[in-house]
Design a protein around this ligand. Structure first.
Ligand code: HAM
Length: 426
């Protein structure tokens, strides 16, 4: 029978990598909580309608990339392709508007998109996501962008570029849309197949098409900045001014329109120079009309999401530190059968002290066990002699120093030794 493998575009995050993910998640959690955000756990699947109406029917995500299925009662459900629409749904459903505003939430977890897999692009991927709901203040946009930049600073990431744009609002976007269509209409026949179909339904997306001909054709296209209404222009200026004040260097990219239709005003991405084609480590912006599009009242919002896979890839490529890889603190070796009960007792006494303690379960030779123990900070030896004298031999692997400790209290003593060793670590 053929061996079953994982579906295309999904990957196992194995122990060699999962500790790096844990480090990134820990840093993100600490930072988000420090900025006043609280964690929510959102469902992995939602009514398909939420994403169709929230993200937009004419986006690639909704048209081509959703994992949609019928449940046993015939309801159409979809594995979440992103978290923003769910976050807004949760805000509305849980009546969060009735408390103090804005509401600042974060979540992390897997998202699902049926995209063509390549480096940095998977069909199941993890996002770190933050959203602020209930405020139109441009300072909130700044807080979101700064939070993402501070995360990358703390992780030691470099070679990043922050691109920002304003995509306007329902008051000024129709005029820009028309200006763009008028500009492109004479060249309609030259656009790529996807852009031809975008021309009527979603012409702004033509601006970020990667096709060289489309890129060249949009080079001289009208600038969105010239079409912004006063409110959007002032908002963008306020965001940029405060970002400048904080020393964040940003580049305006008039082509940045983002792939999800809910954006209004601020749109931004952080690009890594070390990722190749899938270079966005993070994307986000303001979405003041999303709540209404899913049937709620007007609730302004702004947020970002960052892919863990792309963060880890960038960090690995740049040789960033992930903290210390977890390793065994103490390896317990029963030198002969007579000591096996005492060895088990010691193993659990060490674990109760919070130490990462291990022993052999495979009946391997003492020599083989010693080899494993060489990776640990300490090795403990117990034989019939030690058992008879109620002691344990403890060896510090880095120095080779060995001493005997009384069996009772040995675990606590080893914990103190380990703490001293940690203190000496550079
Ligand atoms: P997005 O740009 O679609 O935005 O995704 C955000 C980030 O998720 C990307 O910059 C990338 O790091 C990661 N990502 C997206 N797709 C994949 C994939 N197939 N494989 C690996 N990583 C991926 C959103 O999802 C919005 N919800 C962001 C947002 C939050 N806007 C406002 N609030």
């Amino acid at each position: 029978m053929a061996e079953i493998t994982a579906p295309r575009g999904v990957k196992d995050v194995l122990p060699g990598e999962s500790w790096k993910w844990a480090y990134v998640l820990d840093q993100f959690r600490t930072l988000a909580e420090g900025f006043g955000f609280s964690e929510v756990h959102l469902p992995i699947f939602e009514h398909t309608e939420l994403f169709c109406r929230g993200i937009g029917d004419t986006t690639d995500v909704v048209e081509k990339e959703m994992y949609t299925f019928e449940d046993r009662a015939g309801r159409s459900l979809t594995l979440r392709p992103e978290a923003t629409a769910s976050m807004v749904r949760s805000y509305l459903e849980n009546r969060m508007a009735s408390g103090p505003q804005p509401v600042k939430l974060w979540c992390a977890g897997p998202m699902f998109r049926y995209e063509r897999p390549q480096k940095g692009r998977y069909r199941q991927f993890w996002q770190l996501d933050v959203e602020v709901l209930g405020s139109v203040n441009p300072l909130v946009d700044v807080e979101i962008i700064e939070l993402s930049l501070e995360l990358y600073r703390r992780l030691g990431m470099a070679n990043l570029e922050v691109v920002v744009n304003s995509v306007g609002c329902p008051a000024c976007r129709p005029a820009y849309r028309k200006a763009l269509q008028d500009y492109l209409r004479p060249h309609l026949g030259e656009l790529c197949g996807s852009c031809k179909s975008r021309f009527d339904r979603n012409p702004l997306r033509i601006l970020d098409c990667k096709n060289e001909t489309c890129k060249a054709l949009t080079e001289g296209a009208p600038d969105v900045m010239d079409s912004l209404c006063d409110e959007c222009r002032d908002h963008f200026a306020a965001v940029r001014k405060r970002l400048d004040l904080l020393g964040a260097s940003t580049r305006i990219d008039k082509r940045l329109v983002r792939g999800l239709d809910y954006y209004t005003k601020t749109a931004y991405e952080v690009l890594s120079g070390d990722l190749g084609a899938q270079n966005a480590v993070c994307g986000g912006g303001r979405y003041d009309n999303l709540a209404e599009s899913i049937g709620g009242p007007h609730v302004p919002g702004v947020g970002f999401a960052s892919g863990i896979e792309r963060i880890v890839l960038t960090m690995e490529q740049q040789g960033c530190s992930f903290g210390r890889e977890p390793s065994t603190d103490v390896y317990v070796i029963a030198v002969d059968g007579a000591a096996s009960d005492e060895a088990v007792k010691l193993l659990y006494a060490l674990r109760r002290q919070g130490l990462r303690a291990e022993m052999d379960y495979q009946g391997r030779s003492v020599k083989a066990q010693l080899k494993t123990a060489s990776q640990a900070a300490f090795a403990c030896f117990l034989g019939s002699d030690e058992v008879a004298r109620s002691v344990v031999a403890v060896k510090e692997m880095a120095t080779g120093n060995q001493e005997e400790l009384l069996f009772d209290g040995a675990a606590a003593a080893i914990r103190s030794k380990l703490a001293r060793q940690e203190d000496r670590r550079p």
